[in-house]
Design a protein around this ligand. Structure first.
Ligand code: AMP
Length: 510
């Protein structure tokens, strides 16, 4: 698979086909191809030999998509940043990249200070227009190891880390995702639902599988997703055939009795990734959409979206508790290792290790974070990259089962969160001496986060102080990372080796 070639072929064969719908706006394949070509040349003129990835700031707009492809075609790769990311975190990401400029498809939340320049929508459109009148310059063809995109995920130290995904990673991933659950022909020209913002790698599953199949992307906006009165009509209007979301999002939709095959008569395929798909959710969904194929997939951003698959049938739902996450895709090997790095046998629980052609080359400019978890190994005569996931699981006859984490990373409503990220950002606030964030678990899933705090002076009005801290925290953390509850203590309970005693704190959760 070569995703750029596929998009080009669709643009030639079906120039007027819609590639993305956004409100009243419709972007055609022809316009996507032509505008991204022109913008790529303009970027090349502007940046010359500087191949630093370009941050693309916005929210699910066709212009964002044009910018993504333009960055890739110009040999730079892009880093999507959603407008919901707090401004200080946005700037943290941008400063860690040090790009020549940011392509801002939405107005920046604040006037950007310092050396970073934001090219806003009008400037981007002007670049495209002006380039159309110039003598074309030749662009260097994209090579397999060139960066395609870079997605920042929560980092335990309090700063997000950039996972680099190359063209080869994405193309190998797409070889598999286009035949995931249904054939490529069955996906051809269909509508793909997009739930996740482009700054989460789950969106790669719908966005690029859609583009590889000449389909139409139908994004659900943040506003639609937070209001049922808007969500259900939006779903009904989508005409979607392929559904991609976290199980949490499907769970939320299932709360409405009208969410069934009569609302979405074209749905043929549900693709899930990112967190545990429970038997309950799967059963409800299968009951409401009896003719659709339901697939569970598993994988971290570091291995390009997902690397295992399993079809969730009524028989499997009845036979397996919990549900497996599946068998590895072609070009991928899954192993289970002990803490000493010894490969374990079938049925033995240990760390899930992913090896293969979609594993990232590592975190952007962070050899300190890359070296402990990424490695290379020989597999069937070839050298492949490997990644230690930090996930716990076991294999049984080639089928992978997920059992949780071996560290302090959690998934909350489908979002990947390092509890250390919350703690370190709490410690930035005035008067906070120590902090420990703990997940409230139910049925093996995180339901909310409680943070335990020790402040210089125990507040008299703890409720009022908690509200203030949550407000202050919003400066640094996205909404989904803000603890639901803050509890003030005189001191944190400690383990014998001087760390916060999370077990004891867990016992204090109500
Ligand atoms: P992200 O990088 O945001 O995709 O998050 C990756 C993490 O989500 C993995 O390391 C797992 O802990 C979790 N995860 C991904 N897929 C699944 C799944 N199907 N079931 C359970 N957990 C999952």
């Amino acid at each position: 698979m070569n995703i750029l070639r596929e998009i080009n072929q669709t643009a030639v064969r079906y120039p007027d086909r819609t590639v993305m719908i956004s409100g009243e706006e419709r972007l055609t394949y022809k316009d996507l191809w032509t505008c991204s070509d022109l913008l790529a040349r303009a970027l090349q003129r502007l940046c010359k030999d500087d191949r630093t990835p370009v941050p693309v700031y916005g929210h699910k707009s066709p212009l964002m998509l044009i910018c993504f492809l333009a960055c890739v075609k110009s040999g730079r790769g892009y880093c999507p940043i959603d407008i919901s990311v707090p401004w200080s975190r946005t700037m943290q990401i941008i400063e860690s990249i040090q790009p020549p400029f940011v392509l801002a498809c939405e107005p920046p939340q604040r006037a950007a200070g310092g050396s970073v320049s934001f090219l806003e929508e009008d400037a981007i459109r002007n670049l495209i227009q002006e380039e159309a009148g110039k003598e074309p310059i030749t662009l260097t063809p994209v090579s397999g190891e060139d960066l395609f995109y870079m997605i920042f995920t929560s980092g335990s130290t309090g700063s997000p880390k950039g996972v680099q995904i190359t063209s080869d990673c994405l193309n190998h991933y797409l070889d598999w995702s286009v035949v995931l659950g249904t054939t490529k022909e069955e996906k051809e020209g269909r509508v793909f639902l997009n739930q996740a913002p482009f700054s989460f790698d789950l969106s790669v599953m719908d966005l690029y599988t859609c583009l590889a199949c000449g389909g139409t992307l139908y994004p659900l906006t943040k506003t639609q997703q937070s209001d049922f009165r808007l969500l259900l009509p939006a779903l009904a209007a989508s005409g979607a055939s392929v559904w991609v979301s976290t199980p949490s999002f499907a769970d939320m939709c299932l709360r409405d009795p009208n969410f069934d095959s009569s609302l979405l008569p074209q749905i043929r395929l549900f693709l899930f990734c990112g967190e545990t798909l429970t038997n309950r959710t799967a059963q409800k969904l299968a009951g409401r959409f009896p003719d659709a194929v339901i697939m569970n997939t598993y994988g971290p951003t570091e291995s390009t979206v997902a690397v295992t698959e399993v079809r969730i049938t009524p028989e499997l739902i009845a036979a397996e508790h919990p549900l497996p996450v599946g068998r590895s895709k072609p070009g991928t090997w899954i192993e289970i290792h002990s803490p000493e790095g010894i490969r374990l046998a079938d049925g033995e629980k240990g760390e899930i290790i992913i090896l293969g052609n979609t594993v990232s080359p590592g975190y952007y400019r962070r050899p300190d974070l890359t070296e402990p978890v990424f490695f290379t190994a020989k597999k069937e005569g070839q050298t492949v990259r490997g990644y230690r996931t930090g996930d716990e699981g076991f294999l049984q006859n080639g089928q992978l089962y997920y059992c949780g984490r071996i560290d302090l990373q959690i998934k909350l409503h489908g979002y990947r969160i390092e509890l250390g990220d919350i703690e370190n950002n709490l410690l930035k606030l005035p008067g906070i001496k120590s902090a420990a964030a703990v997940a409230n678990m139910r049925d093996g899933k995180a339901k909310s986060i409680t943070a335990f705090l020790v402040s210089e002076h125990r507040p008299e009005d703890e409720f009022g102080k908690a509200l203030k801290i949550k407000q202050q925290l919003k400066e640094y953390l996205p909404d989904y990372m803000i603890p639901k509850k803050l509890v003030f203590l005189d001191q944190l309970p400690m383990t014998a080796n001087g760390k916060a005693d999370r077990k004891a704190l867990g016992g204090m959760l109500s």
